[in-house]
Design a binder for this molecule. Structure first.
Ligand SMILES: Nc1ncnc2c1ncn2[C@@H]1O[C@H](COS(=O)(=O)NC(=O)[C@@H](N)CS)[C@@H](O)[C@H]1O
Length: 439
């Protein structure tokens, strides 16, 4: 993309009402525009990151054997009356009447609707196990939306739902989700720690939250300092191998890691003092097992081999896709701006032309641009007639992992300058070497 033809409304000054770094930086970098409290337009740069995150989430859910679909944002109230949650959900639910006076709502989550889909089409245990998921906008009328997209009212969530014949099968689905989440966050360059949590309005008795350590996190967390070092790395996982999957979950949840809701002081104090840590975390996902809570209420049952009929065991599993954009910035920024991990960066490299209009500089930049596109990468070429300082400041603000600077002196000796946004280190090299290093 050429910056002179893009839409990147960066702000000069820091917005006053933005209290945390990610909120300030998303506004300054022209990634979002607030339309109303907790409701945002995703401008091109922000939208690009959102889609990168969505893509990783889809890939890891499909890898775990889960099937994508798409449910509507608007739901009929009667499904929620069946489950008994219509009144229980409270003022967070946005209730709507259509022109015929029908009671509807903007979905805060989809347990009822996915259970309705399941009961309408599945009768036999032979159709199990089945996990369906979608990535869809939700609405929760938060009493105090704040911190930008971190606590929005309209937000994007991956929500997945498993249907199983027995509790044991459903707990394997729970473990499959835990492992797929660990890999998802690692691919984004994030460390998100699974912590036993409280189930809240979703219900159920087994649940873990995934938290990114950040001092601006809303949750207080207590953990063993060895926990953040746990990594899946390049391990290949056979998601159908229950023992293997359970073993990985065991590995990631044996050391102490709890939110304030489930913190156990005695257990925590049993850890050697030098390993105890207290901090704050951003909840970027949560997985639940809640048995037959919805299937019994809504008649979602299957015929079993001995001709009985049993309500299916279920769980629901969410990832905060839009919240992750903010969480990633909280965990990856400095005083000049954002520093995107390579897995989610909107563009892979910035090309800065120090002398727009100079034939040798322009042709070197065009050649670099073409080379990156041919290598399957997305460059952002700052071809504006701006001073070098302004171009560098924009690149630092929007946080692309690499910047290539092309100037008349460098080009005269066949060199360009490659700079790493994360380390700040620069190195002179040929254009070919620079393309190789970034690719
Ligand atoms: N107001 C909000 N703004 C942004 N993200 C949110 C908000 N509320 C929840 N989320 C994200 O959505 C994830 C899942 O939400 S949840 O309530 O924990 N779980 C569910 O709704 C279940 N139905 C999972 S399918 C959370 O972990 C969080 O990352």
């Amino acid at each position: 993309m050429r910056l002179s033809r893009y839409f990147l409304p960066v702000l000069k000054e820091t917005p006053a009402d933005a209290q945390i770094a990610s909120h300030r930086l998303m506004l300054r970098a022209g990634m979002i525009k607030q339309q109303q409290a907790g409701i945002y337009s995703w401008l091109p740069l922000g939208f690009k990151v959102l889609k990168r995150i969505e893509q990783i989430v889809h890939e890891e859910q499909v890898r775990a054997g889960h099937i994508p679909l798409l449910m509507p944002t608007l739901q009929p109230a009667d499904l929620w009356q069946e489950s008994g949650r219509y009144d229980a959900y409270g003022p967070e639910m946005l209730r709507i009447k259509d022109r015929h006076g029908r009671d509807m709502l903007y979905g805060p989550t989809n347990e009822e609707m996915i259970t309705d889909i399941f009961r309408s089409h599945v009768e036999s245990y032979k159709s199990l196990p089945l996990t369906l998921y979608h990535i869809q906008w939700k609405f929760r009328d938060e009493v105090r939306p704040r911190f930008g997209v971190m606590r929005g009212r309209e937000f994007l969530m991956k929500d997945g739902y498993n249907f199983d014949l027995t509790k044991e099968d459903a707990l394997h689905a729970y473990n499959r989700h835990m492992v797929s989440y660990l890999r998802t966050y690692e691919r984004m360059g994030l460390t998100a720690i699974p912590m036993r949590a409280d189930s809240g309005p979703i219900g159920g008795d087994d649940t873990h939250e995934f938290l990114v350590l950040a001092e601006t996190g809303e949750s207080e967390v207590f953990y063993d300092v060895q926990v953040p070092d746990l990594k899946l790395g390049e391990r290949r996982v056979d998601y159908d191998n229950r023992d293997e999957v359970a073993g990985i979950c065991e590995e990631f949840t044996t050391l102490y890691a709890r939110t304030d809701e489930t913190h156990d002081e005695a257990l925590f104090n049993a850890i050697p003092e030098e390993r105890r840590r207290v901090g704050r975390g951003i909840e970027v996902g949560q997985i639940f097992y809640f048995g037959t809570k919805y299937s019994e209420a809504m008649g979602a049952s299957v015929n079993t081999p001995d001709q009985g009929k049993v309500p299916v065991h279920m769980g629901s599993h969410g990832i905060g896709v839009s919240r992750l954009v903010g969480a990633l910035i909280e965990a990856n920024h400095d005083d000049k701006g954002i520093i995107w991990p390579e897995g989610v960066t909107p563009f892979h490299v910035g090309i800065v032309n120090l002398k727009q209009g100079d034939v040798s500089c322009d042709s070197a930049c065009e050649a670099l641009y073409r080379a990156f596109v041919e290598a399957g990468l997305e460059p952002l070429y700052d071809d504006r007639a701006e001073r070098a300082g302004a171009k560098f400041a924009t690149m630092d603000l929007i946080g692309l992992p690499w910047r290539i600077t092309v100037g008349p002196r460098g080009i005269a000796s066949g060199k360009v300058e490659l700079t790493s946004r994360r380390t700040g280190e620069s190195e002179e090299m040929s254009s070919e070497e620079a393309v190789e290093k970034v690719a």
